[in-house]
Each structure stands twice: as structure tokens, then as C-alpha cells.
Write a protein that binds this ligand. Structure first.
Ligand code: ADP
Ligand code: MG
Length: 267
């Protein structure tokens, strides 16, 4: 990891609906708001991150599928979101067949990494990759291309279930293709202050994972869930909402943590 290169973070959890996309979109926006140049890579065939910025199918003529299948260069796939400092590479449903499309390609796991490192890439401070809810090619490619992985964990009864498998997969990626991959942490999402189960889950998770759990907790907040249908990230849709405030706090924590690790790596 060189000081001039973008810090790349994958948002991963093989469970669906835990807040991966909401965290990618809002953390990315919060980082852009403090002046960081950010690229979001939508690596989920559902394309929810793309939709979350109000980018309809018609504007996704060149998407991450084209980058991975090398039918276009990475720079052609980058779209402005309309938010200052914030760009996106979109995803479309055709991405769901990428495992098969690239089955004969030996470099399929490293293609994203190669693309994001190409000399035609504009300069970014952060590249955030929104992963699908599975440990398939797209997630492996994302983890291979990343410096850090951030795991959103929903405050629900079975929160920890499946986490050991995910941590094991991260270990395997480290051994096989990316020894620099670090776990940035686990972020608790959809914390419900009116529900004692949330408190219990948060305590259990901290007991099990200790300092791997980030200090910032994302509350359940209806403004965050309303925002995507307006094509605006929650952070901007209602800047004063508790959800928006939490994501801006998370951005400050991520900035602190990632720059501390980078400074260590450089010295
Ligand atoms: P994933 O990407 O892991 O599948 P999403 O980010 O799409 O998860 O979140 C799943 C659903 O929960 C979405 O409808 C989203 O709007 C909603 N959601 C996510 N985080 C919150 C939150 N903190 N408060 C309320 N709703 C949320
Ligand atoms: Mg998602």
C-alpha cells in the first residue's frame, strides 16, 4: 500500500439485508462531504448502491461487468454521482452471471484489483466496494482488490452466525491472493434503542470480538431506509437525522483508523 494510492475498503457479509449497501453509500457520501475523493464500486448484481444514488438502468451503459469482462477500460465505467467528490462504477443484473462468464479466465479473481490499479484510473482517496450477499467470485475479487474489509453486522438474534466462516474466508484470501488485507472492523447496524435485544446483541458481539468492533453504532433510522427510493444517500436526505449523524461519525472513525494504519505502513 503506497501513500499516494487510494485506500480500498470492501463491505462484506454473506448475509443479505445487514446494511452493507446502506453503509457503503452513506460512509462514501460522508467521506466526500469532508473533502475526500471517493469512488464507490457497486459489485452486487442487485445494483442497490447505483439505485441509491438515483442512477437508473439507462445510465448504466458501461458497468462493472464490462470492467471485469475487459470489454471496456475502468475509466469509461466511472460515472459522477452528482455529489461533489463522489463517483461510482455501477452494476446491472448481467453481473449475476459473472462467475460463469469468466469461468475460463485464470485471472478472474485479480481483475478488479488490476483494473483499480491501472494508470488510467483517476486519483481517489478512498475506493469503497459494495459486495453481494455471498462468498462468490465478486466478493473474492473485491477482497483481493482491498486493503481493508469492513463487516456490517445487524443487531439481531443470530448476528454472529456465519461470522466465523467469513473471518475464515478472509484468512484464506490473505493466504492465497492478498496478504495485505486487514479487517478494519465490524460495525453494528440497525441498532434499536427501544429494543433490549439490540443491547444484548451489542454486548455479546463486543464480548466475542473485542476491539474488532468499531465504536460507532448505526441506529435503526427510518430516514436511512426512506432515502434510497429518493435516489439520495440518507446522509444528505436528512442531514440532521440520527442515522446521518451516525454515518458521519463512522466516517471520522474510519478516517482515523485507516490513516493510522497507512502511516504505520509507510514509516
Ligand atoms: P445489504 O446491502 O446488506 O443487503 P441494505 O443496506 O440494503 O443491506 O439494508 C437492507 C434494508 O435495511 C434496506 O431496505 C435498507 O434501507 C434498510 N436499512 C439499512 N440500514 C438501516 C438503518 N440503519 N435503519 C433503518 N433501515 C436500514
Ligand atoms: Mg446490498
Amino acid at each position: 500500500m503506497q501513500a499516494t494510492e487510494a485506500i480500498r475498503i470492501s463491505f462484506t457479509n454473506q448475509k443479505g439485508g445487514v446494511g452493507k449497501t446502506t453503509t457503503t453509500v452513506n460512509l462514501g457520501t460522508a467521506l466526500a462531504l469532508v473533502g475526500k475523493k471517493v469512488l464507490i464500486v457497486d459489485a452486487d448484481p442487485q445494483g442497490n448502491a447505483s439505485t441509491g444514488f438515483g442512477i437508473g438502468r439507462a445510465r448504466r451503459a458501461v458497468s462493472i461487468h464490462d470492467v471485469l469482462s475487459q470489454t471496456s477500460g475502468v475509466e469509461e465505467a466511472i460515472l459522477p454521482t452528482g455529489i461533489e467528490n463522489l463517483d461510482i462504477i455501477t452494476a446491472t443484473v448481467d453481473l449475476s452471471s459473472i462467475d460463469v462468464d469468466l469461468i475460463h479466465e485464470k485471472d478472474r479473481f485479480s481483475r478488479l484489483r488490476t483494473a483499480l490499479s491501472s494508470s488510467s484510473m483517476p486519483k481517489y482517496d478512498y475506493i469503497l466496494i459494495d459486495c453481494p450477499p455471498s462468498l462468490n467470485l465478486l466478493t473474492i475479487a473485491a477482497l483481493t482488490a482491498s486493503d481493508f474489509v469492513l463487516v456490517p453486522l445487524q443487531c439481531e438474534f443470530f448476528a454472529l452466525e456465519g461470522l466465523s466462516q467469513l473471518l475464515e474466508s478472509i484468512k484464506q484470501i490473505r493466504a492465497a491472493s492478498n496478504r495485505d488485507l486487514k479487517l478494519l472492523g465490524v460495525v453494528l447496524t440497525m441498532f434499536d434503542t427501544r429494543n433490549r435485544l439490540s443491547d444484548q446483541v451489542a454486548m455479546d458481539v463486543r464480548e466475542n470480538l473485542g476491539s474488532l468492533v468499531l465504536d460507532t453504532i448505526i441506529p435503526r433510522n427510518v430516514r436511512l431506509s426512506e432515502a434510497p427510493s429518493h435516489g439520495v444517500p440518507g446522509v444528505l436526505y436528512d442531514p440532521r437525522s440520527v442515522g446521518s449523524i451516525a454515518y458521519r461519525k463512522l466516517a471520522a472513525e474510519v478516517l482515523r483508523k485507516t490513516s493510522a494504519v497507512r502511516a504505520e505502513g509507510v514509516s
